[in-house]
Design a protein around this ligand. Structure first.
Ligand code: ADP
Ligand code: MG
Length: 492
């Protein structure tokens, strides 16, 4: 995960400090020192420092306090929320008012999300300022347009005033042109910003980072409130999309926070990445929370629309949708009141990643088709169908099965196939288990493992091809394996 060197280091661990009954800082761990330093509440804004001091005094008298304070970094950046727990150490020999105090703290936001938040705010501020200016200028333009149109109408009543009508029309045109150039300026600004930072991005990696990043929200904070949020993640590797990591992270953080906020009594948060069709990657965030009524669902992308009262900004999804659209992606929402909500983001694959040239494959492809008999095994219908169709186009005879048991049935007792291509992770029987079963019943029938797992070993199988595969690569490996040649140069 990239870290911005201009941000202060924030310890992810629990911060802790021991305070004497007279209010002196006795002992602090590294994490505390890196955030608060040696001067107890010295780095807090005066208001927060006063609260922290009061809570310390209360704890010295025996009270437990939980309080959130804001730490202001020296550079005048956004304050960082820190949740502090004040625990009195009730030594039996000591009187209340003489207890030492242990303060533990957790930083509620980590640097990257903080950076994302900052980018968001800065941009909102810019957009806000810009749209103020635009609204003002547009008002003037529109006043001119409307005024001239009105004059034109009255001019036309007196048909003699042809020259005046001409002038007003010209003014109308000019006003419209000015309006258009204003719009171009805005578009230019947005486009430049976007172009500046786009790069090939791996959605599964972003999702993984977001899960780590938002841990305080789905683990620490709920746990503190006695709520359990279970997290299920199935982050399959997907091909890169073109985008800005900070922005995509921001979108996913928003969705995760919304999901957590929708489960005040706990529940399951799940994150998945997968291919969507043949040219897009999808990431989905689901919760088992309160869900939405149809009338809420229709309005969620509206700026400032929130059902959370003061606690909500109503900007999370507005911003998210903007970012997704800038990435040429789309957002799908499914929700049912009382059941939960699922957000699915779909982005087209990046076309910028250079395709690896595979000369060997081309040569083989030009060789006369020798029509192999292939069995394709994959639990995902999409993958199965696509692989089958592609291989058929290359002149092979292809059958498919949706899992290990079905595959063994199709294989039967005779030698009807030259090679089996199987997915690795399938619910009933894994690709490796299938390979083992095949070795027992059909010794000599080669098995090729197709997998998204980046470090899959070729042990137990005859070859491994990584998903997403290039058809040429797959065909080359299939031919080599089926002809019994050792698979010498495995690419990717
Ligand atoms: P905010 O979270 O500040 O309210 P958002 O734009 O993020 O603003 O969300 C707008 C509204 O959409 C929320 O107030 C809520 O009503 C609804 N919403 C968003 N995500 C979910 C979810 N996972 N479950 C239920 N409702 C949601
Ligand atoms: Mg939100």
């Amino acid at each position: 995960m990239e870290t911005d060197p201009s941000l202060p280091f924030i310890a992810p661990e629990m911060l802790s400090v021991l305070i004497s009954p007279s209010g002196r800082q006795l002992d602090a761990n590294e994490a505390w020192l890196s955030v608060f330093g040696n001067d107890l509440w010295g780095r807090l804004p005066p208001e927060d420092a006063r609260f922290a001091q009061e809570h310390t005094t209360e704890a010295i008298r025996g009270g437990q306090v939980l309080h959130q304070v804001y730490l202001v970094p020296s550079r005048g950046d956004e304050p960082i929320p820190v949740l502090l727990h004040f625990h009195p150490i009730r030594e039996p020999d000591l009187e209340p008012g003489r207890f030492p105090v242990m303060v533990t703290g957790e930083v509620m936001r980590e640097p990257v999300s903080w950076a994302a938040e900052q980018t968001r705010r800065r941009r909102m501020e810019m957009l806000g300022r810009m749209s103020m200016g635009i609204a003002h200028d547009f008002n003037n333009l529109l006043t001119a347009v409307v005024g001239h149109a009105e004059l034109l109408r009255s001019d036309l009543v007196h048909l003699q005033a042809a020259a005046d009508a001409h002038g007003h029309l010209r003014a109308l045109e000019q006003a419209a042109r000015d309006g258009a150039s204003l719009v171009r300026k805005i578009q230019g600004y947005i486009r430049d910003e976007k172009k500046e930072r786009a790069e090939p991005v791996l959605l599964h990696e972003i999702a993984e980072e977001v899960l780590t990043l938002t841990r305080p929200y789905w683990y620490n904070e709920p746990r503190r409130q006695g709520i359990a949020i279970r997290v299920e993640s199935e982050l399959r590797p997907v091909p890169p999309i073109m985008g800005t990591p900070t922005e995509l992270r921001e979108v996913l953080v928003n969705l995760v926070l919304n999901a957590v906020q929708a489960m005040p009594a706990g529940g399951t948060l799940s994150l998945r990445t997968a291919r969507s069709g043949t040219s897009a990657a999808a990431v989905q965030i689901a919760d088992t929370g309160v869900g939405m009524t149809e009338s809420v669902r229709r309005r969620i992308f509206e700026p400032l629309f929130t059902t959370k009262g003061q606690a909500g900004t109503g900007m999370g999804l507005t911003m998210s949708q903007g970012i997704v659209q800038e990435h040429n992606g789309r957002i799908e929402v499914e929700s049912a009141p009382g059941r939960g909500t699922l957000f699915r983001l779909v982005f087209p694959f990046s076309h910028d990643t250079p395709k690896p040239a595979s000369k060997v494959a081309r040569v083989l492809e030009d060789a006369p088709a020798d029509g192999l008999r292939i069995l394709v095994v994959d639990d995902e219908m999409m993958v199965r169908t696509v692989t089958t169709k592609l291989l058929r186009l290359r002149g092979h005879t292809v059958e498919s099965a949706d899992g290990g048991p079905a595959a063994l049935e199709v294989l039967g007792d005779d030698d009807a196939f030259d090679i089996v291509i199987t997915d690795l992770s399938m619910p009933d029987m894994s690709g490796r288990e299938l390979a083992a079963a095949i070795r027992l019943r059909h010794p000599g029938l080669p098995v090729l493992l197709l997998t998204g797992d980046t470090d899959a070993e070729s042990a137990d199988v005859d070859a491994v091809v990584k998903k997403p595969f290039e058809l040429d690569d797959l065909v080359a490996v299939v031919r080599r394996v089926a002809s019994g040649a050792p698979e010498a140069d495995r690419r990717r």
